[in-house]
Design a protein around this ligand. Structure first.
Ligand code: H2U
Ligand code: ZN
Length: 341
């Protein structure tokens, strides 16, 4: 059966070539993606500086350390790191009780000194500084660790512990599960097709256009064909770049521009600072071959229909496979139609 002959208004499954996993799409459950509900939740006025905030300039952190009076993005080692650099190497080989010790380090990046701003509120020049810090941190940590995970949890709904604009950087000796899957899938695709999976995917998507949300000279934002989360997106470079460390000056600026655009669209969707987990995937470090990789960012927002109605990945999703109602094409159309600020 060809995808072309498949009726996308009927229940169907889509394959995620990046992870090798399937997803159930049930568009008949919502004839229309837009159910009209639009809560205009007024933005609560917050101060630029918050004396009680652990991340504001000059303030004391939870462990007693003091933040400098920073003006640019500020990075520090997480006071409660999930990974520690000096954990002694150890392995327990057993088919049923298998374990290994884990080495790494975790850092926090304050995006701005201003407590009350979020990424899409910042001017492009400030977002570009954050991109440069992501690049520098990845370059440094990549000399020592196989994987450097840059991410942001935004909003209390996504478990962010503090409203101050910040993200995290975790570096680990081990290649974590999700990038390991993506690595294997991209490698298999490269062996079979002699070209990188995501390079070909982007080419095809730019021809189709139906899942494209926004693009500029160097970047494109899509709702991927296999999107699990209602308004999930993938951000891809138009050049074959394997790691964030390889961006040139122009690509840094255009990345800042497209990030601002898509995140402002997100804020417009339900008229709230839009919660999400967003992060970067690029080729692992300390490896021989990485040409099968294309750098990309994923954003996974939890909201479904309004500022309050969240998509739950429970039941069938936990026990069977992820399921969504309205299609990725409908989500892309909705996001495309929204203005940025
Ligand atoms: P999240 O809001 O995404 O949880 O990120 C905040 C991180 O900041 C969190 O991992 C760290 C927490 O451990 N943190 C410090 O390192 N020092 C502090 O004083 C407060 C929070
Ligand atoms: Zn603050």
């Amino acid at each position: 059966m060809k995808v072309a002959s498949l009726d996308r208004n009927q229940p169907h499954r889509r394959f995620n070539p990046l992870t090798g996993e399937w997803l159930l799409v049930s568009p008949q459950r919502t004839a229309r993606p837009w159910q009209g509900e639009q809560e205009i939740s007024s933005r609560i006025e917050r101060p630029e500086y918050e004396p009680e905030c652990y991340l504001c300039p000059g303030n004391e952190r939870a462990n007693g350390a003091q933040n400098p009076n920073y003006h640019n993005p500020y990075v520090f080692t997480n006071d409660f790191s999930a990974l520690l650099p000096d954990t002694p190497p150890a392995i327990e080989e057993d088919d049923l009780f298998r374990a290994e010790s884990a080495q790494g380090t975790c850092r926090v990046i304050c995006f701005s000194s201003k407590h009350n701003l979020t990424l899409p509120d910042l001017p492009v020049s400030e977002i570009a500084k954050i991109v440069s810090v992501w690049m520098a941190e990845t370059a440094e940590l990549g000399q020592q660790y196989r994987w450097v995970q840059i991410f942001e949890n935004k909003g209390a709904m996504m478990g962010s512990s503090n409203a101050h604009p910040h993200g995290q950087i975790w570096a680990s000796r081990a290649l974590p599960t999700v990038p390991a899957k993506e690595d294997g899938q991209q490698q298999n695709y490269m062996e079979k097709h002699k070209r990188p999976l995501l390079v070909e995917y982007l080419e095809r998507e730019l021809q189709f256009g139906e899942r494209l949300v926004v693009e500029n000279d160097h970047w494109a934002v899509l709702v991927p064909f296999w999107a699990n989360w209602p308004f999930e997106i993938i951000l891809l470079p138009k050049r074959h770049i394997t790691r964030i460390t390889d961006l040139n000056a122009d690509e840094t600026i255009t990345l800042a521009q497209i990030l601002q655009l898509i995140l402002q669209k997100y804020d417009r969707l339900f008229n709230i600072p839009f919660p999400y987990t967003m992060g970067w995937h690029g080729a692992p470090f300390l490896v021989e071959h990485c040409d099968h990789w294309l750098l990309h960012a994923h954003a996974y927002p939890p909201l479904l229909r309004s500022a309050a109605v969240k998509k739950f990945m429970v039941g069938y999703e936990m026990l069977g496979e992820p399921q969504r109602d309205f299609t990725p094409e409908q989500a892309a159309e909705t996001l495309r139609s929204l203005t940025s600020k």
